[in-house]
Design a binder for this molecule. Structure first.
Ligand code: NAD
Length: 305
């Protein structure tokens, strides 16, 4: 690790670079066939979800991927959602499908995820795709951990042999993150500890980490006392906290106590401006890949080619 401290990992610059490569690939694909196509489904009117889906649609536009935003009313029944997913699965004009979470209470999230064809599951949440990652034969990998791996690579963070601690064991972030970091692969090969709400003595475990990933969902979960000098700190959290000074009345902050931790970290992701932007960029990359794979184009890692 370098002796430098508090260097920001710029998610915007990295995401822009990824999107530029995706745009080239999408243009190539479109020239030979048609534009890649992403279908995004949102159920209900959760403002945060609406913000996320809009940013995904905008990113698609930016890199030459067609997208359709399907907005379903909050009272949509599970059967109706599954029926809609079935039609999208069968539609050869649709390459990737994403259902924005969370879903209203009457819809079982897991059944919705499993209603997406694994071949179009660009969010990488279907048990088939999680199983492939666990079996060390990844196909679609969840966008947030994938984006973190990309960010680490771009900042030349060496994972091989490093001690990594992931806080949070969700299927969306923590678990696939731990699997990616521990893969038998040049971009993995870390010794990983996966912590969660039942972990005891979290601070002492976290202090061992060369690479610390916080995916808890609570502001201030990671303080300076939990960070080893020179560690790489990745903050996944997106938390809204009240801020009377802001025109909106709130501001967005991560899980890490940024001001306290930054001077100890060698590299650190800001929130906003870090992991979130990479997540969207990876969704675009996965969508292009879905299109290429569906067409049987040869591609590294394409089991269908
Ligand atoms: P989740 O609620 O599904 O999981 C949170 C995890 O944190 C759980 O595994 C839980 O065991 C663990 N946890 C809770 N309290 C803890 C504690 N006191 N000590 C240790 N572990 C604890 O959340 P998630 O979907 O994994 O998301 C986590 C955070 O990341 C949220 O803030 C979410 O908004 C954010 N997020 C950001 C992006 C992005 O693109 N930046 C993407 C997905 C999620």
């Amino acid at each position: 690790m370098s002796a430098e401290r508090g260097v920001l990992m710029d998610g915007r610059a990295a995401a822009d670079a990824v999107l530029a490569v995706v745009a080239e690939g999408a243009a190539r694909f479109a020239a030979g066939y048609r534009r890649p196509h992403l279908a995004v489904i949102i159920v209900g009117e959760n403002p945060a979800s609406q913000f996320y889906v809009r940013s995904k649609v905008k990113a698609a536009e930016r890199c030459g991927i067609d997208s359709i935003l399907i907005e379903l009313p909050a009272e949509t029944r599970e059967a109706a959602l599954l029926e809609r997913l079935g039609r999208l699965n069968a539609d050869p004009g649709v390459d990737g499908i994403l259902v924005q979470m969370p879903l209203p209470a009457q819809i079982d999230q897991q059944r919705a995820i499993e209603g997406i064809s694994p071949a179009k599951d660009v969010d990488g949440l279907h048990p088939y795709n999680i199983g492939r990652l666990a079996a060390d034969r990844p196909r679609f990998v969840a966008c947030t951990p994938l984006g973190i791996m990309e960010l680490l690579a771009r900042y030349r963070v060496r994972t091989a042999g490093a001690r990594a601690v992931v806080i949070g064991r969700s299927v969306l972030v923590g678990k696939p993150m731990a699997l990616l970091l521990s893969r038998k692969h040049e971009t993995g090969d870390a010794s990983v500890t996966l912590c969660h709400s039942r972990s005891t003595d979290l601070a002492s475990i976290a202090r061992e980490a060369d690479i610390l990933v916080a995916a808890v969902g609570r502001a201030g979960s990671v303080g300076a006392e939990m960070v080893k000098d020179g560690a790489v700190v990745v903050d996944v959290g997106i938390n809204r906290i009240a801020d009377p000074a802001s025109p909106k009345g709130y501001r967005i902050t991560g899980d890490v106590d940024f001001e306290a931790v930054r001077p100890k970290a060698s590299l650190i992701t800001p929130v906003p401006g870090g992991v979130g932007l990479m997540t969207v960029a990876m969704l675009m990359r996965n969508t292009l890949q879905a299109a290429e794979w569906a067409r049987g184009e040869r591609h590294e890692g394409n089991p269908a080619a």
